[in-house]
Ligand binder design. Structure first.
Ligand SMILES: Cc1cc2nc3c(=O)[nH]c(=O)nc-3n(C[C@H](O)[C@H](O)[C@H](O)COP(=O)(O)OP(=O)(O)OC[C@H]3O[C@@H](n4cnc5c(N)ncnc54)[C@H](O)[C@@H]3O)c2cc1C
Ligand code: SF4
Ligand code: SF4
Length: 391
């Protein structure tokens, strides 16, 4: 693919607007003409619309679609352990069904492990058309090398146009390696997916530190994405029958390069943030670790758990395990009560899909009120004690 960025000197007024628009520091104005430093330019395209004088032109080759028709169908990677599928698989199946219906193609799940066939019937009942499986004792535990090899062989044999992975430790490990093997792109950590009018997968994810949402198209096939857990809705149950297809693989013992000796369960306090129906989110407005006791009391009274903004975590008031947001957990509770949280985009990325958002903030202009279903303008130290008293 070739890209070119041009400054049309006869139109450029040296106004500096493009310099401000470029987050990569790739533009300077020299003698009233914009100059692009090609080594710094990422071809993000932000400068082109910023120029009021139409003095910037970015030329990118059209996508070569000649090989795309060989690829058909949408696959979900069926992450599993000890014969149980990861929750995110059901979320990807829910989203995958909608996307596959838009494309009018089949939805398949590919499962690798030592007990996989028995998972197929369950997946069919969630609307999956096909389950590609491989059962082999060597594959009992996840191993990046052998799992990537199997997926690579499966993609070469069956040519899906889209493969979705959970953005879990496992998905984040296997998907990039696979993308390199099958010579395609990968969009990591997607929070929304759709199909364009041309039938491409529109992959949306936070970019530039979470300050913008970027929608990314892949110029090659297959299109690979990892998707954040707890962002997509789980699939609904459907009465459906599907097809089991055994994957052929050349895998042998020497391909399995890691050996799991033991699994050790995490011993820290198990805050089930992502499963909880009620989360009380604490922000910098709570003021101190000591004051967090009030938030814990409210959580206890309501049968919920405590979440936190990054400001609280960075201040050392609470463990990162509780952090909600772009670099923390994505939660989807029935009720999220944001206490002293301003509503930065990075925090919203983790909780804006909560069913009901209640915000308590003493600043009536705090952005959290833009997403809140119920807003209480007031001091948390007045509102929460009053709430506790009335419960
Ligand atoms: C790459 C990147 C990733 C990030 N990831 C995350 C993330 O995962 N999660 C996250 O949360 N943030 C994240 N952040 C940080 C984010 O940008 C914000 O800085 C952070 O969310 C702010 O936390 P806060 O709302 O608690 O604090 P502030 O923004 O300081 O807001 C405090 C709020 O409390 C209110 N307040 C003060 N006193 C009271 C009171 N007595 N009663 C009621 N209200 C009161 C104030 O009016 C204010 O609105 C990230 C930032 C970057 C750059
Ligand atoms: S915004 Fe346009 S006119 Fe202004 S300096 Fe940049 S290229 Fe030139
Ligand atoms: S395309 Fe993006 S990186 Fe390149 S000069 Fe324009 S704004 Fe800067």
């Amino acid at each position: 693919m070739s890209k070119q960025i041009l400054i049309l000197k006869d139109k450029c007024k040296g106004c500096n607007l493009c310099v401000k628009a470029c987050s990569f520091g790739a533009i300077s104005v020299v003698e009233k003409i914009a100059v692009i430093d090609a080594a710094k330019c990422s071809y993000c395209g932000a400068c082109e619309p910023a120029c009021k004088f139409k003095a910037i032109e970015i030329k990118v080759d059209d996508i070569d679609r000649s090989s795309f028709s060989a690829y058909k169908g949408l696959w979900v990677y069926g992450e599993n352990r000890d014969g149980v599928l990861a929750e995110v698989v059901y979320e990807l199946v829910g989203e995958g069904r909608k996307l596959a219906d838009k494309l009018k193609v089949e939805l398949s799940v590919v499962i690798i492990g030592d007990k996989t066939q028995n998972l197929a019937d369950d997946l069919f009942s969630y609307g999956v058309d096909n389950v590609y499986y491989i059962e082999n004792k060597l594959l009992k535990d996840y191993d990046t090398n052998s799992y990537t090899k199997i997926l690579e062989e499966a993609i070469e044999a069956h040519k899906p146009e889209i493969v979705l992975f959970g953005a879990t430790s496992e998905g984040r490990s296997v998907a990039p390696r696979l993308a390199a093997r099958v010579k395609t792109g990968l969009t990591a950590d997607c929070t929304a997916l759709d199909i364009t009018a041309d039938g491409d997968l529109a992959q949306t994810r936070p970019a530039f530190g979470g300050n913008i949402m970027a929608t990314i198209l892949c110029r090659t096939r297959p299109q690979l994405s990892t998707v954040r857990p707890h962002v997509m809705q789980k699939a609904a149950k459907l009465a459906k029958k599907g097809k089991k297809i055994e994957l052929k693989s050349t895998i042998v013992e020497k391909d399995v390069v890691t050996k799991v000796l033991e699994f050790i369960k995490e011993t820290r306090e198990n805050v089930n943030l992502t499963e909880s129906d009620i989360i009380i989110g604490a922000g910098r407005g709570v003021g101190s670790e000591e004051n967090l006791k009030l938030i814990h009391q409210l959580a206890e009274k309501l049968g919920g758990v405590v979440g936190a903004s990054r400001a609280c975590v960075d201040a050392g008031w609470i463990d990162h395990f509780h952090q909600v947001g772009q670099t923390g957990k994505t939660v989807h509770p029935k009720i999220y009560i944001a206490c002293g949280i301003s509503g930065a985009i990075q925090h919203l990325a983790g909780m804006s899909s909560s069913d009901i958002i209640i915000a308590i903030n003493k600043d009536a202009d705090a952005p959290i009120f833009n997403v809140a279903d119920l807003g209480i303008v007031g001091d948390v130290f007045t509102i929460i004690p009053a709430l506790l008293k009335s419960l």
